[in-house]
Ligand binder design. Structure first.
Ligand SMILES: *[C@@H]1O[C@H](CO)[C@@H](O)[C@H](O)[C@H]1NC(C)=O
Ligand SMILES: [Zn+2]
Length: 428
């Protein structure tokens, strides 16, 4: 057999055997020792032919970096790390297999839940964008005195990004203090919408029976946007091969698609920890707020900045509750002590439910900088003192492919932390 023919033959065999483009890809857990190690890794990220996908950047109080390496780049990357003396281990040894297991489990759980139809919305499975917005609409229709649907933003593909506003209006008609919560600006973080729709449901149903919930909805407005990146989220549901998409779906230069919408905000935009390469998963866009989604949402937050007392951007994974800043090692003078106190209260509250350890900290306590992220904008520009990034479960065992049986425990431990934030802003 000549070389060309055997190559074709091998390709056919590989195609037949692999049902996922990610088969035999690995996720490496890397332990950078200093800023130089991080620079080495980010320089690899900037080489498009290596196609690295950072699943977890060194953020929060540890310096771990998890990176999804395509099988074609594995030996190159591992050799590079070994040569530099950077310690690493294998976190996921076959991304394709892990992905298939995750999707199969969710399909089976959804099937079981369909068969028990009468039980209503099943919080223990992952849901499509349509199902999530339908449930929000159902709650708003059923509890109109405390819940209403709104859309303050549109997407590149002309979807409405749905927000639910919770709270009983003041009888004198004045604006209420408010909390803004958004999730899934990175659409592969499926645990986030699942956790937020659960929280919305509990708020609405426990109003009038739970004194804390009642007080919060009487005295505050909550704006909850479970799926910020609606186009991307719909895309992650299309097939196993699109499940790990992170950015929005707006076409960019050349063959590239999407902007990392958590690098696109008008706060120290493109000053580090983001990419100029339109194909990169960390691409910051052509300009601050170049994207419809970030422009619209930030516009709403800006218009309500005097009322919004807390901003919470929910992500996964890592189990951290982070205060500003993402761009600087410094602690915000004046506000750091109060931000940290609420962060500590939030993680204690989370732990009290199922014993799960979250860490309260700041993104920039470590080696990696982020710029143009939502939290820095809401804090520095909109002046929202309690601006946080929360990273949900887990710490990397399943990462974005968290099994459905962890949805309810995650949602149950996060809901009381949102109550804690509500009570805190009412008392401070
Ligand atoms: C409106 O009512 C709320 C809640 O009772 C109160 O806190 C607020 O001060 C009132 N505003 C005015 C202008 O009366
Ligand atoms: Zn994220």
């Amino acid at each position: 057999m000549d070389v060309k023919l055997s190559f074709i033959f091998a390709s056919i065999l590989l195609t037949a055997a692999s049902s996922s483009v990610y088969e035999r890809d690995e996720v490496l857990r890397i332990f950078p020792r200093n800023a130089e190690d991080v620079r080495f890794l980010t320089s690899m990220e900037e080489q498009p032919e290596i196609s690295l996908d950072f699943w977890k950047l060194p953020s929060g109080p540890d310096n771990i970096l998890d990176v999804h390496v395509p099988k074609a780049s594995l030996s190159h990357v591992k050799d590079g790390l070994t040569r530099q003396g950077i310690p690493f281990s294998v976190l996921v040894d076959d991304v394709g297999l892990a992905l298939q297991q995750h999707m199969r489990t969710n399909r089976m759980s959804r099937e079981r839940s369909r068969m028990r139809r009468d039980e209503g919305f099943d919080f223990s499975v992952y849901h499509t964008y349509r199902e999530i917005t339908d449930h929000m609409r159902y709650l708003a229709d059923t509890y109109p005195e405390i819940a209403s649907m709104m859309s303050v933003a549109a997407t590149y593909e002309a979807r409405s990004i749905m927000t639910i506003k919770l709270g009983k209006p003041f009888s004198n008609g004045t604006a209420k203090p408010a909390i803004w919560i958004d999730g899934a600006i990175h659409c592969r973080e499926w645990i986030v919408p699942a956790t937020l729709i659960y929280a919305v449901d509990r708020f609405v149903r426990q109003y009038g029976s739970d004194p804390t919930v009642t007080r919060i909805l009487d005295d505050l407005d909550l704006y909850v946007t479970p799926v910020f990146n609606a186009d991307g989220y719909v895309y992650t549901w299309r097939s196993d091969d699109t499940r790990l998409w992170r950015k929005n779906r707006a076409p960019q230069a050349g063959p590239c698609v999407g902007v990392d919408m958590n690098r696109n905000w008008d706060s120290r935009w493109a000053e580090g920890g983001s990419s100029h390469d339109p194909c990169s998963l960390l691409y910051h866009g052509t300009a601050p707020f170049s994207e419809q989604e970030t422009r619209d949402i930030s516009g709403f937050i800006w218009a309500h900045r005097r009322d919004i007392r807390a901003y919470i951007a929910v992500h996964s994974y890592s189990q951290v509750w982070m205060a500003p800043w993402g761009h600087s090692q410094n602690r915000p003078p004046g506000d750091a002590a109060a931000q940290d106190a609420l962060g500590r209260l939030a993680v204690e509250t989370i732990k009290s439910v199922h014993g799960t350890d979250y860490v309260a900290g700041r993104a920039m306590e470590t080696l990696y900088q982020v710029s143009g992220d939502s939290q820095d904008w809401t804090y520095d520009k909109a002046g929202i003192k309690y601006s946080y990034i929360v990273e949900l479960r887990d710490t990397g065992r399943h990462a974005f492919l968290l099994p459905p049986d962890q949805i309810l425990p995650t949602a149950e431990e996060i809901f009381p932390s949102l109550l804690a934030v509500g009570e805190w802003v009412l008392e401070h």
